[in-house]
Design a protein around this ligand. Structure first.
Ligand code: SF4
Length: 54
């Protein structure tokens, strides 16, 4: 079960929309939106943990 607060759609937060509930959150996640990274032809990831793997 994930812990933390759900983001409010009427008051969007900075950074990754999952950062208040992510167990792997980093400082960067709180201020910067991650970019979409291609892992393969049919697999894409939206996460700072994979930014350097593109
Ligand atoms: S970018 Fe990745 S590690 Fe950071 S909060 Fe979002 S899902 Fe978690």
């Amino acid at each position: 079960m994930l812990k933390g607060d759900l983001p409010s759609p009427s008051n969007p937060q900075a950074g990754c929309p999952f950062h208040t509930r992510c167990p792997a959150v980093m400082d960067q996640c709180k201020t910067e939106m991650p970019m979409l990274s291609d892992m393969s032809e049919q697999h894409q990831v939206f996460c700072h943990l994979y930014d350097s793997k593109t």
